[in-house]
Design a protein. Structure first.
Length: 374
C-alpha cells in the first residue's frame, strides 16, 4: 500500500468581481421593472410584488461581501440577469476546461511537476458544461497528460469525493498520481432573479495534485484517511438535465431548471450530519480535537462554519484555525474548501494535522484528514 499525499494546489480566480452593493442595485432595478410590468396583476392581487434585496441582510445571513464571476455585465443588467458566456465552438476549449487547466498548471508548478508526472485527471464539479466527451478528458488533452480521465458530480462535495477516489487509486497502486480539478461556473446555475438566493454563489476553479508521498519533491500533506457519506434530500436541487428538451412544456424559464434550495432546512439538517461525520471520522483515525491545527470547511455560510468549528473543537475557534474565504468568493460549491486549503495551509509545521470537509446537495459530506510533512 502506498501513502497518498497532496503535493500541490492551484486556484483560478476570474478577474471580475461583484460587490453586494452592485448586486443589490441590479436586483432592485430588476424588481422595480418587473413590478412596473406586472402592476395590474399586482393591484388585482394575482401576483405578489417583488421586494427589494438588502446588503445588510446578505452579510448578516451569509457572511458574503463579494464574489468573482466570469461575466458581470449580463448578471448586473436588469434586463438580462444571467452571465453572458459565448457558446464555444467544438474546436475551442470549453470554459470549464480552460479554468481547470489554469488551476492545474498552478498545482503542478507548486509540486515541481509536469504533465508527464500525472497518470489521471478527475473533473469533480457540481455542474458540467456538456454530457460527453468528459470535460476531464479535454483537460487531460490540453495539459498533455497520458493515462485516463473522467468526470464526477457530487455537487458541493465533489472535491472531497474526488480526492477520496484519487487517494484510493494511489493507495492501491493502480496509478501513481492524479489531478482532481473543480471548475465551478456557479453563476450559470444561480437564479439571479430570486431574492432568497441571488447572493449565494461565485465562479472559480481549483486543482489538487495527489501523488505517492515518497514521490513528493517538497513539503506535502499526507492524506491519512478519507470518509464520504450521502443521504437523499430534495432540499437542494436543480432539475436541469438532458431530458429537458424532450418535454413540451416551455421548460426554458422554469424556476426548477436552476439552483433551488430550502435554505433553512439545509441549515438545520446538514449541521448535525456534518458535525457527527467529522467527529466519527476523527475518532476512527485516533485524532482528538486538541490534535487538530486547522479546519478547511466548505464555504456556504459563515454562521454554519462557525457552528461546525465550535462543535468539532469543543470551543470557539481561534482566528485562523478555521479560515473563511467566502467573504471574497461567496459559495463556490465544491471548490470552496480547496480555496481555503490552498490559501491557508503553507504556514503549518511538520506533523500538524488538519481536516478538509465539504458538504451540500445530495445530501453529501466528505472529509479528508491530512498531516503536514516537511
Ligand atoms: N434581502 C433582504 N431580505 C431577504 C433576502 C434578501 N436578499 N432574502 C431573504 N430575505 C428575507 C426573507 O424574505 C425572510 O423574511 P421574513 O422573515 O419576513 O419571511 C428573512 O429575510 C429571512 O429569510 P431566510 O431565508 O429564513 O434567511 P436565513 O437566515 O435562513 O438565511 C440562507 C438564508 C440561505 C443564507 C441560510 O438559510 C443558509 O445559508 N442556509 C444553508 C445554505 C446552504 O448551505 N446551502 C448549500 C448550498 S450548496
Amino acid at each position: 500500500m502506498h501513502r497518498p499525499a497532496i503535493t500541490g494546489t492551484g486556484v483560478f480566480t476570474p478577474e471580475a468581481t461583484i460587490s453586494n452593493a452592485e448586486l443589490v442595485a441590479a436586483f432592485n432595478a430588476y424588481a422595480d421593472r418587473w413590478n412596473a410590468e406586472h402592476a395590474d396583476a399586482i393591484a388585482a392581487g394575482e401576483v405578489e410584488a417583488k421586494e427589494h434585496s438588502s446588503e445588510e441582510f446578505i452579510v448578516k445571513a451569509s457572511g458574503i461581501e463579494s464574489r468573482h464571476v466570469l461575466d458581470k455585465t449580463g448578471v448586473l443588467d436588469p434586463a438580462v440577469m444571467h452571465p453572458l458566456l459565448r457558446q464555444r465552438s467544438d474546436d475551442e476549449p470549453s470554459v470549464m476546461a480552460e479554468m481547470a487547466v489554469d488551476a492545474a498548471r498552478k498545482a503542478l508548478a507548486q509540486a515541481g511537476r509536469t504533465a508527464a508526472d500525472v497518470d489521471a485527471v478527475i473533473c469533480a464539479a457540481s455542474n458540467l458544461e456538456r454530457a460527453y466527451p468528459a470535460i476531464a478528458i479535454e483537460i487531460q488533452s490540453l495539459l498533455g497528460i497520458k493515462g485516463f480521465a473522467f468526470d464526477m458530480n457530487v455537487a458541493c462535495s465533489s472535491a472531497t469525493f474526488g480526492i477520496q477516489a484519487a487517494a484510493d487509486m494511489i493507495r492501491s497502486g493502480s496509478i501513481r498520481s492524479a489531478l482532481v480539478v473543480n471548475p465551478e461556473i456557479c453563476s450559470a446555475h444561480l437564479e439571479w432573479r430570486d431574492r432568497d438566493c441571488h447572493f449565494i454563489f461565485g465562479d472559480v476553479a481549483t486543482a489538487t495534485l495527489i501523488e505517492r508521498a515518497e514521490d513528493a519533491t517538497g513539503p506535502y500533506f499526507e492524506i491519512r484517511s478519507t470518509r464520504c457519506a450521502t443521504e437523499f434530500s430534495n432540499n437542494i436541487r436543480n432539475n436541469n438535465g438532458f431530458l429537458r428538451r424532450s418535454r413540451p412544456d416551455g421548460m426554458a424559464d422554469r424556476r426548477d431548471m436552476q439552483f433551488m434550495q430550502n435554505g433553512r432546512k439545509v441549515f438545520k439538517e446538514v449541521l448535525p450530519m456534518v458535525s457527527q461525520h467529522i467527529a466519527d471520522h476523527m475518532a476512527d483515525d485516533g485524532i482528538a480535537a486538541g490534535d487538530l491545527k486547522r479546519l478547511w470547511l466548505h464555504q456556504a455560510n459563515k454562521t454554519m462554519n462557525d457552528f461546525i468549528g465550535r462543535k468539532v473543537l469543543g470551543r470557539e475557534p481561534e482566528p485562523g484555525e478555521q479560515p473563511n474565504i467566502l467573504q471574497d468568493y461567496a459559495n463556490t460549491s465544491s471548490a470552496g474548501s480547496i480555496i481555503a486549503f490552498s490559501k491557508h495551509s503553507s504556514d503549518l509545521n511538520d506533523g500538524d494535522l488538519g481536516i478538509i470537509c465539504s458538504f451540500g446537495a445530495g445530501y453529501s459530506v466528505g472529509s479528508v484528514i491530512v498531516q503536514r510533512h516537511g
